[in-house]
Design a protein around this ligand. Structure first.
Ligand code: ATP
Length: 669
């Protein structure tokens, strides 16, 4: 039985306009091992069309091409892949070597696609390269070779999996006369070693070296002449390893080599994509940093069993409750009045923020509240002064003591008892380094009156960032201050209420109820709410940046991979001719997307880390806080998002590449 038999092979091309063109009109021939067959004919006669059908690149023909008893048109996809890998080797006129791979990798590509182990691959490729006289050039890239050398590499590549049939399409078409002879000798040796070589050529001289010449004209086989018999030799370079499917790791490795070839372009894309990832990681890290700072501050400065309650002035409460559109309807006089009221309330000149008896009753009635303490706090804006030893300090704030001031805030001495006062350390230092226990003279407003009286300093309070009150604060006992007001015929109206519960687990419920009743929490709580709101805004801005840049990077990756598919169309055609499955091509491109994604994720995380460190250096110097907290989970999230986005962006180009028709891909200039 002949190795290959063509029975009435016809090929009809469908024209884009709807018509058809009959390029092969019924070819009959049979071929055996050890033949060197020249296929000659005018340009456009159908030679390449026939070779594509024989090579299994085009299965859409009529008639039969029987190889080892099986019609190629009936082969399953897996059988066709095996046919490409094991039975057929291609040699092209324009060599079609893969430019970014060295000669060893170019020759071993068919073995890579067959999942042959690296050492076997390398050994075989070296042997083949030595056989074609390129033993000294193995690590060169194709661009560093002459035309003849390139074709020798292509011959070595065609022989890698030791196929029975070699299809050579004008293998000497791009070579000078001298090189042509060398290549022809090599091809003849291949046939002598027992392979069937089908060689398309325009040249009668080349055809004269062949054992048999088939002449095609206008799609018909017009002559088939046996002209000489080749002496057969023993095939020394035979291989007998198992042909398998390419593994994912090999696809990733190939993708890695491709990426290296266009390193700067891929790095730029990764750099661009990393901006989105940086926004994501920064958003997460900032969220965590600020939240933990706020809760830490809250914890360290407040007693968890105590709920501090403030009352908003009527206008303030209305303004916050009103919707913004109604706010706009407020007249300018209303706004001005409200501002005056707010300032008056802060300065203790108005009762708008004071708790009435019914307010206190309401607060006391809240479930789980065990004790209720009254307090008073006001801004004094320098109207109160403390004098010691001829030195005077202006006090900005007056506040009564409460259990919510943690002991750690009192850095020297004790909390004021009875008629004592406490000052902040900064103010105390301006008067005397050792003020605790000393008696100072205080001039202060008590309701409508201004009085001057001596008080003993019981201790000092550290007004750290985020601590209670601002600096220059004068602390009194509530009862003592109340007495002082009474002595001066004034009435002290509490504007702070402290609700105490034995079980701190109830504090949250109490706080919620306080809000429901229309009261507000402590300054710290309000600050932390403000912080949270600010954080929300920052988060939204970063999310928007992240969203837009992730979209841009996805598009960028899609475009770059698409360009890559176009640039590498011929390479994809070669890979398919050598037996790459659709899946393999898809995997190579998907792996490239994966690698870009990983690189951009890593760059994004490193950039966030550097930026975060810079931000933290600044904020820790200015405010003694680290606002950016990058955790390994956030870094991982960033990298995973980056990979997922790139993989999604890579789907289209990878599919496009995998679906390329090998015949069209190889014909591309
Ligand atoms: N995809 C196609 N669609 C329509 N017609 C095609 C297609 N490919 C080839 N043909 C036509 O089929 C005929 C045979 O083409 P083929 O490429 O096989 O010729 P050839 O003998 O190899 O020519 P050359 O020596 O110039 O390469 C030509 O007339 C060509 O125009």
């Amino acid at each position: 039985m002949a190795l290959m038999e063509l029975k009435d092979v016809k090929k009809t091309y469908k024209m884009p306009g709807g018509g058809t063109f009959l390029a092969l009109k019924g070819i009959n021939a049979s071929f055996d091992k050890g033949e060197l067959v020249a296929i000659v004919g005018e340009s456009g006669s159908g030679k390449s069309t026939l070779m594509n059908a024989i090579g299994g690149l085009d299965s859409d023909f009529d008639g039969q091409i029987i190889y080892n008893g099986k019609n190629l048109a009936d082969l399953s996809t897996a059988e066709l892949v095996h046919y490409h890998k094991k039975d057929i080797g291609f040699i092209f006129q324009t060599f079609n070597l893969i430019p970014h791979l060295n000669l060893i990798d170019n020759v071993s590509i068919a073995m890579t696609l067959s999942d042959i182990g690296e050492s076997t691959r390398k050994k075989r490729a070296e042997e083949l390269l030595r056989n074609v006289g390129l033993g000294d050039h193995m690590y060169k890239k194709p661009d560093q070779l002459s035309g003849g050398q390139k074709q020798r590499v292509a011959i070595a590549r065609a022989l890698a999996n030791d196929p029975d049939v070699i299809i050579a399409d004008e293998p000497t078409g791009a070579l000078d006369a001298e090189t042509t002879d060398v290549i022809l000798d090599m091809i003849r040796d291949i046939a002598k070693e027992g392979k069937l070589v089908l060689m398309v050529t325009h040249s009668d001289k080349v055809a004269s070296h062949c054992s048999r010449v088939l002449r095609i004209d206008n799609g018909n086989l017009i002559s088939d002449n046996q002209q000489l018999t080749l002496e057969h030799t023993v095939n020394e370079a035979a291989s007998n390893y198992e042909i398998k499917n390419m593994s994912l790791t090999k696809a990733i490795k190939l993708a890695f080599q491709n990426m290296k070839a266009k390193l700067s372009r891929n790095l730029l894309v990764a750099l661009g994509s990393s901006i989105g990832i940086m926004s994501v990681v920064l958003m997460l890290a900032l969220g965590k940093g600020v939240t933990s700072y706020v809760s830490k501050t809250m914890k360290s400065y407040t007693n968890p069993n105590i709920t501090e309650v403030h009352k908003q002035s009527g206008m303030q409460a209305n303004a916050t409750k009103q919707d913004p559109s109604q706010m706009q309807n407020m007249s300018q006089t209303d706004v001005a009045k409200q501002q005056q009221n707010n300032i008056a309330a802060l300065l203790g000149e108005s009762n708008a923020n004071s708790f009435a008896k019914k307010d206190i009753a309401k607060l006391k009635a809240i479930k789980h509240v065990d004790t209720l303490n009254l307090g008073y706090s006001t801004l004094t804006m320098g109207t109160n002064t403390v004098t010691y030893d001829g030195k005077k300090a202006n006090m900005m704030q007056l506040q009564t003591m409460s259990k919510s001031i943690s002991k750690s805030s009192i850095v020297k001495g004790n909390a004021p008892k009875g008629n004592e006062i406490m000052l902040d350390r900064a103010t105390a230092d301006t008067l005397d380094k050792n003020l605790v226990g000393k008696t100072v003279q205080v001039t202060m407003k008590v309701g409508q009156k201004t009085i001057t009286q001596d008080f003993k300093v019981s201790g000092l309070y550290e007004a750290t960032n985020g601590g209670l009150g601002i600096s220059s604060t004068l602390f009194f006992n509530y009862d003592a201050l109340n007495d002082l007001y009474k002595q001066n015929d004034q009435e002290l109206k509490p504007n702070v209420v402290y609700l105490y519960t034995k079980d701190k687990a109830n504090t949250k419920k109490i706080k919620d109820k306080v809000k429901d009743l229309g009261f507000t929490g402590s300054m710290q709580e309000q600050m932390s709410e403000m912080f949270t709101k600010m954080l929300d805004i920052i988060t939204w801005v970063l999310t928007a940046i992240a969203g837009v840049s992730l979209l841009v990077s996805a598009i960028m990756i899609l475009v770059v991979l698409n360009i890559s598919v176009v640039e590498r169309t011929k390479e994809i055609g070669v890979l398919k001719a050598l037996g790459a499955r659709r899946k393999d091509i898809r995997r190579i491109f998907a792996s490239e997307a994966f690698l870009i994604g990983t690189a951009s994720g890593i760059i994004g995380v490193v950039a966030t880390y550097l930026l975060g460190t810079a931000i933290n250096t600044f904020t820790s110097q200015a405010f003694d806080v680290n606002v950016v907290a990058i955790t390994p989970q956030f870094a991982l999230t960033g990298i995973v998002i980056s990979i997922v986005i790139s993989m999604i962006a890579g789907i289209l180009p990878a599919n496009r590449a995998s679906k390329l028709d090998p015949v069209e891909a190889l014909r591309k200039d």
